[in-house]
Write a protein that binds this ligand. Structure first.
Ligand code: UT7
Length: 333
């Protein structure tokens, strides 16, 4: 049997502090009705206090993934950390996580591909395991967005969307026939780089950050929501069709579709285009908002725990986000 890499276990963690749409409406001109109608979001989680980074959220999720996979923390021989909100500017959050896990010397790679970060990481982990470079690769997708958004009228289109959270999977060698990552496809197009970005501080400017930039809010995320929506509803179905076809399957073979969670309307449109019925689509955006690199592993972990998926399930994943980047994958658990 050709060596295959498989998702052996998953875990997730979200902060305990629940922030409802009504809570946000106290901070800026918005409403539960506007947010829910346009995005499907009811509430999200924010870190409870200052000093909690993406690596802190990833730690319990990592332990949970290892437990489900039946692996010890000492079995992890590489970590890939996907985040757009690393604990600090550098070093990467992977270094913080390996330290917190107590595995000195284990390599830690940070992946900066935003909403597609988990699938970019899965592609690397899959290749490492298949090539025999590493045996047990821990992937973390974790974000702390709440400290980086602008809770006023200028930033409200973005501020209502994002939440904090973490999801992890352990990727290792498949042991059963058919089990494994069957296809991962990655894409990027920098034509959209400025449609969803945080511009400052920027190393291309002297100085990197000025009082004017702060005044103009260029250190907060800016998004052309309509443009991102248009691209997402085109590219996610395209890449999903492609990975399913290349895995030798049809959409009818898919047991669960775990899309990135940017907007409930995007996911409903994508699922409809793919012909996947609602009961085979994972949504957690109502409760968590957009947790970026964490959305897909949180979706896998929750569905696995709820018994909606398990060993043998054929899982389709697709993501679209800043960059632009987009990606798809098919895995049999
Ligand atoms: O994972 C990252 C990728 N991100 C995405 O995939 C997001 C994709 N885009 C979207 O989900 C949608 O574009 C949004 C939900 C962000 C916005 O929905 P929209 O239907 O495109 O609204 P819009 O930006 O066109 O805004 C409509 C109106 C505007 O007012 P006017 O100009 O019509 O008077 C906005 O100023 O809604 C206003 N608005 C708000 N009102 C209340 C914008 N944000 C808010 C808000 N609350 N939070």
């Amino acid at each position: 049997m050709t060596k295959r890499a498989a998702i052996l276990g998953s875990g997730h963690y979200v902060p305990t502090r629940v922030v409802t749409n009504d809570d946000l409406a106290k901070l800026m001109p918005t409403s539960d009705e506007w947010i829910h109608q346009r995005t499907g979001i009811r509430e999200r989680r924010f870190i409870e206090r200052t000093g909690i980074g993406a690596s802190d959220l990833a730690l319990p999720a990592a332990k949970m993934a290892l437990e489900q996979a039946g692996r010890d923390v000492k079995d992890v021989d590489a970590v890939i950390f996907a985040t757009l909100s690393p604990d600090v500017n550098f070093p990467g959050s992977g270094c913080f996580l390996t330290h917190k896990l107590g595995i000195p010397g284990v390599p830690a790679l940070d992946v900066r591909n935003q909403c597609s970060g988990f699938l970019y990481s899965l592609s690397v982990a899959d290749a490492w395991v298949r090539a025999g470079v590493y045996k047990n690769v821990l992937i973390a997708g974790a974000e702390v967005h709440s400290t980086g958004m602008e809770f006023n009228e200028r930033g409200r289109d973005v501020a209502v969307l994002f939440g904090d959270g973490a999801g992890c999977v352990l990727v290792g060698e498949a042991t059963r026939d058919g089990q494994g990552v069957h296809n991962v496809e990655l894409h990027a197009d920098g034509v959209g780089a400025q449609e969803l970005w945080v511009e400052a501080p920027a190393s291309m400017y002297i100085p990197r950050l000025t009082p004017e930039m702060l005044e103009e809010g260029r250190h907060f995320p800016r998004m052309n929501g309509k443009q991102v929506f248009r691209w997402a509803t085109e590219k996610m179905p395209e890449v999903a069709h492609s990975v399913v076809r290349r895995a030798g399957l049809t959409m009818a073979d898919i047991d669960m579709f775990v899309p990135h969670q940017a907007n409930m309307r995007i996911n409903q449109m994508v699922a409809a285009k793919l012909g996947i019925p609602e009961d085979r689509v994972v949504h957690n955006i109502e409760r968590y908002g957009n947790t970026t690199a964490a959305t897909i592993p949180i979706g896998i972990s929750e569905s696995w725990r709820e018994g909606k998926i398990g060993p043998g399930s054929r899982v389709l994943m697709a993501a679209f986000g800043a960059g632009f980047t987009w990606a798809g994958a098919v895995a049999v658990l």
